[in-house]
Design a protein around this ligand. Structure first.
Ligand code: SF4
Ligand code: SF4
Length: 146
């Protein structure tokens, strides 16, 4: 069956239940391991007009897990955040150059963002449009789901 791009876009818009422009950029702050691949580093370099090697040194670091990840910076709300999150606008400052993992989040979640749901719920519940729930995600050693 042929589905026109306009119909597909309208369908996607109807499904999406979060609004990053009305959020505090939780996802950019909470994950200390925003992984970058070689392709991501090349894209970063192109974004800033510098060589990939310079982008690697300037904007990424080796995490204790052995992965290459984006560097972090102090953040007024969450304590730390991605080096590219604008601390005032709460948006990605390199949107077109962001890594693949950021492009995938959270659209694989069926059009929902669990943090956005929590944020809206708490703001309604506490009758305070500015409240920001702080939620920490940890991955304890040895923990296994079912
Ligand atoms: S936490 Fe969810 S709603 Fe907030 S910026 Fe990230 S993806 Fe968007
Ligand atoms: S690169 Fe942009 S989208 Fe990805 S974590 Fe950093 S600020 Fe967020």
């Amino acid at each position: 069956m042929f589905v026109s791009p306009i119909v597909a876009t309208l369908y996607l818009m109807a499904k999406i239940k979060y609004d990053c422009l009305n959020c505090v950029g939780y996802c950019c702050a909470i994950y200390e391991r925003v992984q970058v691949s070689e392709d991501d580093i090349i894209r970063l370099g192109n974004h800033f007009g510098i060589l990939p090697e310079a982008a690697r040194r300037r904007y990424t670091k080796k995490h204790a897990s052995g992965e290459r990840v984006l560097r972090r910076t102090p953040d007024p709300i969450f304590g730390e955040s991605c080096i590219f999150q604008d601390p005032v606008k709460r948006l990605c400052s390199i949107y077109e150059g962001r890594p693949e993992v950021c492009r995938e989040w959270p659209t694989h979640g069926g059009g929902r963002c669990v943090y956005y749901d929590t944020l809206q719920f708490e703001r309604r519940q506490q009758e305070n449009p500015d409240v920001v729930p702080l939620i920490q995600i940890t991955f304890p050693e040895g923990a296994r789901g079912r």
